[in-house]
Design a protein around this ligand. Structure first.
Ligand code: SF4
Length: 92
């Protein structure tokens, strides 16, 4: 089974009131970042370049809370979603 197929099996409860549990501390740092590892390291493609705004955008509602981005970049402000929100694994 492909990763993309497995991701469809995961449920999410998006915290639309509390908002994103992920943030970038200083987006100006992203512009100067040569590696832009956040774009490649996330298994869910949460981080993307917004061509219009010329900045990294965060699609937090697809995050599986693996923590990979947290250790890959010091500019990412990461915390778990509020209780009752976020990813819901079927068998975990
Ligand atoms: Fe992607 Fe994992 Fe970071 Fe969520 S915690 S944004 S799934 S790398």
């Amino acid at each position: 089974m492909r990763l993309e197929d497995k991701l469809y099996l995961i449920g999410f409860k998006v915290d639309e009131v509390g908002g994103s549990h992920l943030a970038i501390k200083d987006k100006s740092v992203c512009l100067a970042c040569e590696m832009k590892q956040c774009l490649y390291i996330c298994p869910c493609g949460v981080y993307e370049i917004d061509e219009i705004k010329n900045e990294v955008s965060i699609n937090y509602d697809a995050c599986v809370e693996c923590g990979t981005c947290r250790v890959s970049c010091d500019e990412i402000d990461w915390h778990y979603p509020r209780g009752g929100f976020g990813v819901a694994y079927k068998f975990g």
